[in-house]
Ligand binder design. Structure first.
Ligand code: 6PG
Length: 256
């Protein structure tokens, strides 16, 4: 695992850097394997990236017909609910680019969380597993599905995806997708687990805002205590880990 930490002036700069990397990774993945599999993060930070990718300047730089979209976590709400990660991405990006509906695989937050997690794990194996017949040149590998790119955010408590401190999914080492009740939110979530995240070719954190500064330093430079700081679990086995952070979130980092 190679780790790269990039501190950028502000959220817009983070979004621009993330968009450039998305476009480059998509080109590379499609050339090699005929498709680009990407899992979107939720929350508010990625909205700036999604809007940029949907803009006139960027929209046509991605081959949407060969881009397969997933989510790294979801709230257990219907897709049209204000809290839906799918709903935000649909509004900010997917409704504005020519991506075929069958390339978009949302987690079904409206059904029983365990059922949704089991269903989504099957979807991940089927749709992001080793490609069988592709238009690329690279031989396929068998094993845990390896996403070309997984986007992640991080909360002020050190959670990522829906791996919250002290919750069961933090310790999941077999399942690839898990239902996870979060007591502090009194809410059910569906989330990628560490094994699936760490099988990715590229994992990219987008972190912005001064409210993340303390936890970002603890995660990147502090003691390894993943039950308290689940973002520390993200260690791609063979892939690249990139942190794109704005100056406000990175203000306490000693090693830049
Ligand atoms: C979610 C996310 C979550 C998010 C962080 C940061 O469903 O909420 O996937 O892990 O990335 O909470 O959220 P913000 O970007 O809103 O700070």
């Amino acid at each position: 695992m190679d780790t790269e930490i990039v501190v950028l002036p502000d959220l817009n700069a983070v979004a621009r850097e993330a968009a450039d990397r998305w476009i480059a990774l998509a080109r590379e993945s499609i050339a090699a394997r005929g498709r680009f599999t990407v899992a979107l993060s939720g929350g508010s930070t990625p909205r700036a990236l999604f809007s940029l990718l949907a803009s006139e300047a960027h929209r046509d730089l991605v081959e949407w017909g060969r881009t397969i979209v997933f989510w790294s976590d979801e709230r257990c709400v219907p897709p049209d609910h204000a809290d839906s990660n799918y709903g935000m991405a649909r509004e900010a990006l997917l409704s504005k680019v020519p991506i075929p509906a069958w390339n978009v695989h949302r987690m079904r937050g409206e059904v029983d969380p365990e059922q949704a997690a089991l269903e989504y794990e099957q979807t991940v194996w089927r749709e992001a597993g080793a490609p069988t017949s592709v238009g690329g040149t690279e031989p396929t590998k068998v094993g845990v599905p390896s996403f070309d790119l997984i986007l992640l955010g991080m909360g002020p408590d050190g959670h990522t995806a829906s791996l919250f401190p002290g919750t069961p999914a933090v310790h999941e080492r077999t399942r690839l997708v898990a239902a996870n009740f979060v007591p502090k939110l009194n809410a059910h979530r569906i989330t990628f687990t560490p094994p699936l995240i760490n099988a990715a070719a590229h994992v990219m954190f987008l972190v912005a805002g001064s409210d993340k500064a303390d936890v970002l330093r603890a995660v990147l430079e502090g003691e390894f205590k993943p039950d308290v700081l689940p973002a520390q679990l993200v260690k791609p086995v063979e892939g690249q880990l990139t942190w794109l952070v704005d100056r406000a979130a990175g203000m306490h980092l000693q090693r830049k």
